[in-house]
Write a protein that binds this ligand. Structure first.
Ligand SMILES: [Zn+2]
Length: 258
């Protein structure tokens, strides 16, 4: 039996030298990039919230439709599900952003204390950060001194902690925007199932939900510059599975007369 020549060809193991990656090129657009990145994060959170709303409500209304023929039952369950989901998203976001903000505030307070108590040590620390970035001893010292004159607290917050003290995330903004994005997503399956003719409401809702998920999957893949095709397939399959499972459960419970 021939199991093949495993010794192989030595030359095929030779890999070309990696191209030199010049990390020393300065990035003057870094601050602008940070602003774009933070806007992208918001957009991404919005798309994820909408995705949550679509899948949650699709599962809910399709499940109820599997058990009951009455549109009024679907309407009641759907509206309750939308409100409960939006509140739950808002609460989760509020709690998570608040605790992140508390952490940042504590770090900033400590920095402020250190600046007041040991200004010389802090100046040396700031200079050390710029020396570690590749500046010479004198330049680093000069940068640190000028930044300290210009606004020591902000300079330390940004260089040491990576926090812009003037732009902490507002937990209320985060809470409200995630509730809104969830509700927008949730409206797709809810409206689809309520306005469709009763005999077609489940297949139409399936179709609307899968199209909406394809859209959010595509947008979030673009935002993350990931492979779009695969992201869309993942999110669409996940949504289809959620609806099939809840429709099946609703159908079984409805048939059993629960
Ligand atoms: Zn410091």
């Amino acid at each position: 039996m021939n199991i093949g020549n495993v010794s192989g060809d030595e030359s095929s193991l030779h890999r070309p030298e990696p191209l030199a990656n010049d990390a020393s090129v300065p990035h003057p657009a870094d601050t602008q990039n940070a602003a774009i990145a933070s806007r992208l994060n918001w957009l991404r959170a919005g798309v994820l919230g909408a995705n949550d709303g679509i899948v949650s409500l699709a599962g809910l209304v399709v499940g109820v439709a599997g058990a009951s023929a009455a549109q009024s039952t679907i309407l009641t369950a759907g509206v309750a599900g939308l409100v409960a989901g939006a509140v739950s998203m808002a609460l989760g976001e509020y709690v998570s952003v608040s605790s992140q903000r508390d952490t940042e505030a504590a770090l900033l307070a400590q920095e402020r204390r250190e600046l007041a108590e040991t200004p010389e040590l802090e100046l040396a620390e700031l200079a050390g950060i710029y020396r570690a970035k590749g500046l010479t001893e004198e330049t680093a010292r000069k940068v640190a001194e000028e930044l300290t004159d210009h606004g020591a607290f902000r300079a330390h917050a940004e260089a040491e902690l990576g926090i812009n003290p003037g732009a902490l995330t507002n937990p209320w903004n985060a809470a409200i925007s995630s509730a809104i994005s969830f509700s927008i997503g949730a409206a797709f399956p809810l409206v689809a199932i309520l306005v469709s003719p009763i005999s077609l409401r489940v297949p139409i809702t399936f179709l609307v939900v899968l199209l909406a998920l394809a859209l959010t999957g595509d947008v979030s893949a673009r935002l993350g510059s990931a492979g779009r095709g695969r992201a869309v397939v993942r999110v669409v399959l996940g949504g289809a599975l959620a609806m099939l499972v809840t429709y099946g459960i609703g159908h079984l419970l409805g048939a059993a007369g629960v």
